[in-house]
Structure formats: C-alpha cells, structure tokens
Design a protein around this ligand. Structure first.
Ligand code: NAG
Ligand code: CA
Ligand code: CA
Length: 449
C-alpha cells in the first residue's frame, strides 16, 4: 500500500513539474549533526518559506522524499522540520561528502512545491579500527636494515578530519614507521628495519601501532604487533676452553674416557645442536682416540704405550648443523707405568779365565736397559755374594764384571755368576742372567822355566 501511494505521489509530482515548472519557487537548506536525537529541530520551514501554520494545515503540507527513507517529520502546528529517526551519516552517505537529505515539501489548494536540503554533518563517532587485534611477524635476525614490513591499515568510517589521519608506532629502536600516500588517499603503512635484530639479545618484540583520527576529541585504534626474531645461525659453537689437558696412565684400558670437551652455541634449535669430532689428520691419533660426537667424550680406542709416545695433541672440532665450527686442542700426557723389566744384554764375555789374571780383569761386559722412565727405569745391578768378582758401572747402562783378586783354581775352578738387575719402580721389576766361568790352570807351582 505504502509503495503504491509513493508511486502515485511521484507520478503526481512529475505531472506538476511538467505542467508548472515555475512552481519550484524556493529552496531551503539546513544542516544538523548526524546522530541528533529524535525530535531535534532541523529548521523552521514555515518561517523560511513564508508560510503560516494555517496554510500548512489547509494545504495538507507534507514531505515527499521520493524514496522510503523517512528521517524528517513536518510539524504543521509549529511549522518546523524535526528529526523523525536518528540519522547515521556513515550509513546514509558512507565516504561521500557532503552528505545531505533532499526532499520536497508539497502543499495543495493551491499546489505548492519546495525543495529542502538538510546537510548531515559528520560527528566523530567512529574510532579508527583495525580489522585484527594483532599482527604477527617472524623476522630473521639476518634481515637487513631497510627491510620493509607491511602493516595493516585501520579504517575510520568518518569523513574529513574525523577520519583517519595518521599512525604511530610504539617506541622501538629497531623499526621506524613509514607512511606512503596512495593516489586514492589511503596510506600504505610499513615498518622499516632501522637497527638489526639480534635474537640472542631479544627474541620477541611487542609493538603497538596506533591509528588516530583528527576529531575532537581525537579517537584512536590500536593493533598489537608481535615480532618473533628468527635465528639466523649467526653464532658458531664456542668451546668452553681453547685447550683441554688430560693425563692418562699408559695402561689405561680401551674405552677409557680421556676427557670431555664442551662447546656451547647461543643459537636455538638445530643451529645449536653441536657435533664433536677429531679434526687431526694424523692417522695414528685417529686410531688411538675416538670422539663421542654427541657428548664430547674423548675416548681411548686402543692401547697406548708411554715408551712409544708420551704426549698426544688432538685437534677437536665442534660444529653446529648450520655448518659453523670452533676448534680446540686436547693435550694428553701419558704417564709411565712400571711395565718393563730391565733387559740384560751380554755384550762380551769370556768363558775361561786364567787363574793368574790380574785383579780388575774384565770377564763380562753387560748392558742393562729398562724402557720405563724415571724411577721405573732406574736400574741397579748386583751379583751373588762370596765370589771374587765385582760389578762395576762403566758408563750409563754398562757394567763390567771384573775380578776382585787373583783367582786360585785350587780354591775355585769355576763360578756361576748371577747378575740381577732391578728397577726402582714400585713394585720393582727385575731380571737376571747367570754366567758360567771356568778358571784355567796355570802351572804356578812349576819350578821349571
Ligand atoms: C655418546 O654419548 C651418548 C650420551 O652419553 C651415549 O648415549 C652414546 O651411546 C655415546 N656414543 C658412543 C658411540 O659411545
Ligand atoms: Ca573518527
Ligand atoms: Ca561520523
């Protein structure tokens, strides 16, 4: 019914306009703020059109809007236009400015026709609004200065100064806000890296982007920016010490942990996983020592011999999965164990000695060696007692077995001489040899010449 009446009125209006164009005699305009409450005065139409209340009644004055929006009411007794329904400028006009209601006031008997424009003035009833409440960025700490990160834009449905004016970023030394004006009047909002990120110093940044409008009072909208700094494997493993010193006895069993090296890595995740390895290329060392790649244990893999090598120098490497490395040195001192008996060598020997040999006649030359070191290798030799021989040290490791006095075959025709050599190790190790010596007869009782 409403629609049909509306259509009829519109047709009637067109008819009048066509027949009596001169009837459009006056135009009035008013302006009210949007959101004015119901009943708010828009304007005194009777006064402004020079009509009185009686005429409005007799002419059955009414408003013709042409569409079904019904924001304005005409009060004939007071001759005023009032707000019939609250007007939301944003709903009515969106971003279009100026925003106005256009309608006609129509009277009959005689027919009169007035055009009225009511400008709807924007009020700052909308704060800038971000669609999301937070933005997240995962930024590698290797991001270069000048790297740009696009931020979300806010929307403020108000217009003019009540609309969005600018943005501010919370205080940070790492980022600067950059606004780029677009041809459509919008702004591209970016944050630009100013200072390199360092995950080891700061893993996360919490920033706030604030959008402001220019209304009175000013309204703001905010969005949280959460920056996670990603590891760039910029930290190599670092050994806790550049040099590790270890000491092991030469009789240490295979599998003995010589020492444990340790490196740390300030990175996170895979980039902090450290693998240890021996980087020395000397094959010998690679056979003797193994590295537990996961815990840094340097393990003895074969038997060692102080007498062969007393000292090892092993280069160890720690590498993370990102390929960064550090190296350290392990020195291994092998300590001697008294594991070698003195070895007695007969260098020269006579088996028969004439009984008239002078004292101090050398019977046997003996060399003694002990492969151990220190006390373990210090050797003393002795011979069995009550025989007319003595053992004299000639030079280091060399002994001469000499006669002590003239021999007398009649006292002893032969001797078994046992040479015992003992080292000073604890416990002591010793060796012995037994020499057999015949005393030959010399005709010392003979009177003949
Ligand atoms: C290395 O050490 C880890 C942890 O102690 C252990 O589980 C693993 O068996 C060791 N690997 C070797 C080869 O000894
Ligand atoms: Ca606003
Ligand atoms: Ca508004």
């Amino acid at each position: 019914m409403e629609n049909k009446e509306g259509t009829m009125e519109r047709l009637a209006l067109l008819f009048f306009l066509f027949l009596f164009p001169s009837l459009v005699t006056a135009q009035v305009s008013y302006s009210i703020p949007e959101e004015s409450p119901k009943g708010s005065l828009i304007g005194n139409i009777a006064r402004d059109l020079g009509l009185d209340s009686k005429r409005l009644f007799s002419g059955n004055a009414r408003i013709f809007t042409g569409d079904n929006t019904d924001y304005v009411d005409l009060k004939r007794e007071r001759g005023v236009l009032i707000v019939k329904d609250k007007i939301d400028r944003e709903l009515l006009c969106g971003q279009t400015t100026p925003c106005a209601l256009h309608f006609q006031v129509i009277l009959e008997n005689p027919m009169e026709f007035y055009t009225v424009a009511v400008e709807i003035v924007d009020i700052n009833d909308n704060a800038p609004l971000f669609e999301k409440s937070d933005m997240t960025f995962k930024i590698s700490e290797s991001a270069v200065i000048g790297a740009k990160f696009l931020l979300e834009r806010a929307v403020d449905p108000d217009v003019g100064t009540n609309g969005l004016q600018s943005y501010f970023l919370s205080k940070t030394e790492h980022f600067a806000l950059k606004l780029k004006d677009q041809p459509d009047g919008e702004k591209i909002v970016e944050m630009v890296l100013q200072k390199p990120l360092d995950r080891e110093k700061q893993e996360e940044l919490f920033l706030v982007l604030t959008a402001v409008d220019g209304g009175e009072p000013q309204l703001t909208g905010t969005v949280k920016i959460h920056v996670t700094v990603l590891d760039a494997n910029d930290n190599a493993p670092v050994f806790t010490k550049p040099l590790y010193k270890a000491t092991i006895p030469e009789n240490a069993a295979k599998g003995t942990v010589v020492t444990r090296v340790s490196a740390s890595d300030a990175d996170k995740g895979l980039n902090s996983k450290i693998l240890y390895s021996i980087s020395t290329t000397i094959a010998d060392i690679r056979d003797l020592f193994k590295m537990n790649e996961s815990n840094g244990d340097l393990i003895l893999a074969d038997s060692i011999d102080y007498e062969k090598a007393r000292y090892y120098q092993i280069h160890v490497q720690a590498s993370d999965e990102g390929g960064l490395t550090d190296s350290c040195k392990v020195t291994v001192d092998v300590t001697d164990i008294n594991d070698n008996k003195p070895v007695i060598n007969i260098i020269s020997q006579i088996n028969v000695i004439p009984e008239d040999s002078k004292p101090e006649t050398i019977v046997t030359m003996v060399n003694v060696q002990d492969l151990d070191s220190g006390e373990n290798g210090k050797v003393h030799c002795a011979i069995n007692e009550q025989i007319p021989f003595t053992l004299k040290l000639a030079t280091d490791g060399f002994f001469n077995l000499v006669t002590e006095s003239r021999l007398d075959r009649e006292i002893g025709s032969g001797y078994n001489i046992t040479v015992i050599c003992s080292d000073e190790g604890v416990p002591s190790l010793s060796s012995s040899v037994t020499l057999t010596l015949q005393v030959s007869d010399v005709n010392d009782n003979c009177t003949c010449i």
